[in-house]
Ligand binder design. Structure first.
Ligand SMILES: *[C@@H]1O[C@H](CO)[C@@H](O)[C@H](O)[C@H]1NC(C)=O
Ligand SMILES: *[C@@H]1O[C@H](CO)[C@@H](O)[C@H](O)[C@H]1NC(C)=O
Ligand SMILES: *[C@@H]1O[C@H](CO)[C@@H](O)[C@H](O)[C@H]1NC(C)=O
Length: 434
């Protein structure tokens, strides 16, 4: 089929394609529509503290039918932030962090007319001041109890050790920016300033905080905060704990400056029996009852507060209140130690006392020599038997065999008895011994 197309027809087709391509605009605009002229004289300026403001002049030669507006957009460090907008204003002002490059662009458009095409973009870049890596980092600001703000930060990695960062703050309705006066030099840098706005409404102005150094080398950095997102309530006050009928009753006072309907609490209960901690959530109310209290157990309680989302969109807990405890505990380990050590101490003391008494006795009554021992030494060990046998019952104890009985009885009896008894007694004994 392709081969069948005549050469003339092919040439015509190519020419048509060429013409069509030439007529089309490079950016794909339809041909034949009028392109608006762009705004002129775009430039930027730094406004109060963190604000960056761009201004421009209207384009020349706009037809009366055009409802002209200016559409703007920006790239921050090369990244679009999706904050394009179209207005009739000849300026745009935004809170910027000032430590990033902002690439701003604007063009003119006609709102209700589709004959004209939007103009080309006019662009301008705002490079950050100072050297990279010298701006303060890890900036953290907390609004304590709606009374004062504490901001902390760390020096930038490329900042010299002598950098003196200074903090300035500003919010809508305060006039000129203020320089913070109460600096903290601890683990990190910081500054404290009063910030209290009558809370007739919950509409708090956004607060701008700029941290910079007087040196041109140091890059400034700005943060903009909705203060309701950085509120931290003070801790609950005057925590009391009492035991009523086997039930713990914990009460406290709300942190001042907040309506009670804006507050929720967390009660932490630690008991010595299970040695575990349990947390209980309490809304609005400033007391909590804990049932089933065990005897012989110590309960330790602390409370902290948090703000309700309906009032403040902050999720910062207050610090914990001071700890309060109730209950008694008999410490069995101490008893065990006592049971083991007391007898031991008594025993040792007794031994020492006995030894001491014995030494005392020796001193008071010197040892008297035993006459029996002296005699024993004099006569030697052989005589021991005969000495012992001088008792009455020698028959039973001292005589080892019957032959000796016979012998002894016959010798002894004639000495102690009459001649009459001699004849009667000895033969009788002799018979008995035989
Ligand atoms: C835009 O132009 C088309 C014709 O090109 C027309 O039909 C349409 O109504 C116009 N729309 C507006 C909003 O003017
Ligand atoms: C610190 O300075 C060097 C050289 O000027 C630069 O390359 C580096 O990116 C800087 N560090 C940071 C964190 O910006
Ligand atoms: C920073 O402040 C201290 C005391 O306030 C001063 O001695 C020092 O010179 C300052 N450093 C710079 C770089 O300005």
């Amino acid at each position: 089929m392709g081969a069948a197309v005549p050469a003339a027809a092919r040439r015509l087709l190519a020419l048509t394609l060429c013409l069509a391509a030439g007529a089309a605009q490079p950016d794909g605009r339809a041909p034949g529509r009028k392109v608006l002229p762009p705004p002129s004289n775009l430039h930027y300026s730094f406004g109060l503290l963190c604000k960056l403001k761009w201004t421009w002049n209207p384009p020349e030669g706009i037809s009366s039918g055009c409802d002209l507006k200016y559409c703007t957009d920006m790239l921050i460090d090369g990244i679009p932030r999706g904050n394009g907008e179209c207005t009739r204003n000849l300026f745009r002002e935004e809170d910027m962090s000032l430590n990033e490059e902002v690439h701003f662009k604007v063009r003119s458009e006609c709102t209700f007319e589709n004959i004209s095409e939007p103009s080309d973009w006019v662009e301008i870049s705002t490079p950050p001041k100072g050297a990279a890596g010298t701006d303060a980092v890890a900036i953290n600001c907390i609004w304590h109890n709606l009374e004062y703000v504490v901001c902390t930060w760390l020096p930038g990695p490329n900042a010299s050790a002598s950098t003196n960062y200074t903090l300035y703050y500003w919010y809508e309705g305060m006039g000129n920016p203020q320089q913070c006066q109460n600096y903290i030099y601890k683990d990190d840098f910081g500054c404290i300033f009063n910030f209290s706005i009558p809370n007739s409404t919950y509409m708090y102005p956004s607060i701008s905080i700029l941290i910079r150094d007087n040196s041109e080398e140091i890059r400034p950095v700005c943060i903009n905060k909705n203060p309701t997102t950085i509120v931290k309530p003070g801790p609950p006050r005057n925590v009391t704990i009492s035991k009523i009928d086997n039930e713990l009753n914990i009460e406290w006072q709300k942190p001042s400056t907040f309506p009670s309907t804006c507050l929720a609490y967390q009660v932490e209960l630690k008991d010595s029996k299970s040695n575990s901690t349990k947390q209980h959530e309490v809304k609005h109310s400033t007391n909590f009852q804990f049932p089933s209290v065990h005897p012989n157990t110590i309960y330790i309680v602390k409370v902290r507060a948090m703000l309700e989302v309906v009032c403040y969109s902050s999720n910062l807990w207050s610090d914990w209140s001071e700890e309060k405890s109730i209950g008694e505990k008999t410490d069995f380990s101490i008893y065990t130690v006592l049971i083991l050590t007391v007898p031991l101490i008594v025993a040792v003391a007794t031994v020492i006392l006995l030894m001491y008494l014995k030494r005392l006795k020796i001193l008071i009554y010197p040892q008297i020599p035993d006459p029996r021992k002296i005699i024993k030494r004099m006569f030697g060990e052989q005589n021991e038997d005969s000495l012992n046998c001088s008792g009455d019952d020698f028959l039973n104890v001292c005589i080892p065999d019957k032959e000796e009985i016979h012998y002894l009885v016959c010798i002894e009896n004639p000495e102690s008895s009459t001649s009459e008894n001699k004849d009667q007694k000895c033969p009788a004994l002799q018979v008995k011994a035989m």
